[in-house]
Write a protein that binds this ligand. Structure first.
Ligand code: HGY
Ligand code: MN
Ligand code: MN
Ligand code: MN
Length: 419
């Protein structure tokens, strides 16, 4: 390759937006749903299919693909100076059960498109580049979310993660082996010089303000809880209302209390009771036990603390009044994380040079970048999604915005790799 690393030579380089869009639409078939969404839970057969597609596409683009003990895929593009740590990009290929075509996979396929475009232009970077598919970002099947990147960052041991089980009792180890994607590399074994993740915003701000690029300054804090509320099963026809210990009514009161707790810290705090499963449900039995989950978020740690205290107090008050037993345990907490200011500036400069409207923003969603930031210089790039909707089958984005995000990714990576 001719010496194409000098900035002037790459200034006008752009990714191939239609090739990126074609890859997004092609991979949407893996776990595609009749409503046009994607149901591709981590380590499901559909996840296995998209991983195979991804490996083949990386190899076709001349990348060297490695896999670690949690199935995370690393695709390396060699640079002129292989003594330097690679500049990485990527995201995740797994989705929520009611997922869409862009959450996670846009960051992975935009990274692939960057590699393809550099190849087409015969450009060699100084530092190597690395494209990563992190296992189980969504946390829907196996908690916590952003699991493999958390292990990479040293927050969990590989053994701890392999032992985690889903609702059907299947362990991460068994699920990895079921689709044959447990790799030989140790988790965290690869050095990364910097990590830049492109992602849809999954919120309404960029679209509402007519901005193309979100220059992400950090991620908010997250706290996850597992809870049970225990009352007493009894006959639907013969149990007078005042004598009932109805677990569902208690949980309903708690759900409304949690909404009030979040609104007390408006506009930033959010709270979600995303799962509630009645044990032994029956139309003519007063519910006696319910298992539920809670997800609390805010950009400030102190607010998360205050929300957790208020939650426990509300549960105690409802439990006493309704003669119910609440058991609520925090199973995961991710502190608010600031991204690397130099990298944030590099994204800003790339978006400016490309002439894209932009604004600084904090991520409401958790991302693998939020874990990487604990170990390597990290930042993110956002593009809008329609109506700010995500974790919904109707999730959508435009070809132009996806291409704009990928171009900002391309030029941010070039700036970092040739610095
Ligand atoms: O929950 C999250 O924020 C992430 O998108 N899984
Ligand atoms: Mn995501
Ligand atoms: Mn998601
Ligand atoms: Mn995420």
């Amino acid at each position: 390759a001719t010496d194409q690393t000098s900035p002037g030579k790459t200034h006008n380089l752009r990714i191939d937006g239609s090739r990126l869009w074609a890859s997004l639409m092609e991979t949407a078939a893996f776990g595609g749903t009749p409503a046009g969404g994607i149901n591709r839970l981590t380590l499901s057969p559909e996840d296995g299919q998209v991983r195979d597609w991804f490996r083949a596409a990386c190899e076709a683009a001349g990348l060297e693909v490695g896999v670690d003990a949690l199935g995370t895929q690393y695709a390396l593009r060699r640079g002129r100076d292989m003594s330097r740590k690679p500049i990485a990009c990527g995201s995740h290929l797994d989705t929520q059960p009611t997922g869409g075509k862009f959450d996670g996979i846009l960051g992975v396929l935009a990274g692939l498109e960057v590699m393809r475009s550099l190849d087409d232009a015969g450009i060699e970077t100084e530092a190597p580049l690395l494209l990563v598919n992190w296992t189980n970002e969504e946390g829907s099947r196996f908690a916590p979310a952003m699991m493999a990147s958390a292990a990479y960052a040293g927050e969990f041991t590989t053994e701890e993660i392999l032992a985690k089980r889903d609702a059907a009792g299947i362990s991460v180890a068994e699920a990895l082996d079921a689709i044959g994607c447990r790799g030989p590399e140790p988790v965290g074994g690869r050095e990364i010089g910097a990590f830049v993740e492109l992602h849809i915003e999954q919120g309404p701000i960029l679209e509402a303000e007519g901005k193309t690029i979100g220059v992400v300054e950090g991620g908010q804090g997250i706290a996850w809880f597992d809870g049970t509320v225990t009352g007493f099963e009894s006959h639907a026809g013969t149990t007078p209302m005042p004598r009932r210990r109805d677990a569902l009514l208690g949980l309903a009161e708690l759900a409304l209390a949690v909404e009030r707790i979040a609104c007390a810290h408006a506009p930033s705090a959010v709270a979600t009771m995303g799962e509630a499963v009645i044990g032994a449900p029956s139309r003519n039995v007063v519910p006696g036990q319910i298992r539920f989950t809670l997800d609390l978020r805010d950009p400030r740690s102190e607010t998360l603390d205050a929300m957790e205290t208020a939650l426990q107090e509300a549960a105690a008050e409802i439990g006493t009044r309704r003669n119910l037993a609440f058991q609520i345990e925090r199973i995961w907490r991710k502190e608010p994380v600031p991204f690397d200011t130099k990298l944030v500036a590099a994204v800003d400069a790339a978006a400016e040079a490309l002439g894209h409207s932009r604004r600084r923003i904090i991520s409401g969603a958790g991302h693998d970048a939020c874990n990487l930031a604990g170990r390597v210089p990290t930042t993110m790039i956002f593009v809008p999604c329609k109506d700010g909707v995500s974790h919904n089958e109707s999730e959508s984005a435009t070809p132009a915005d996806c291409a704009a995000g990928a171009d900002v990714l391309l030029h941010t990576l070039l700036a970092l790799a040739n610095a």
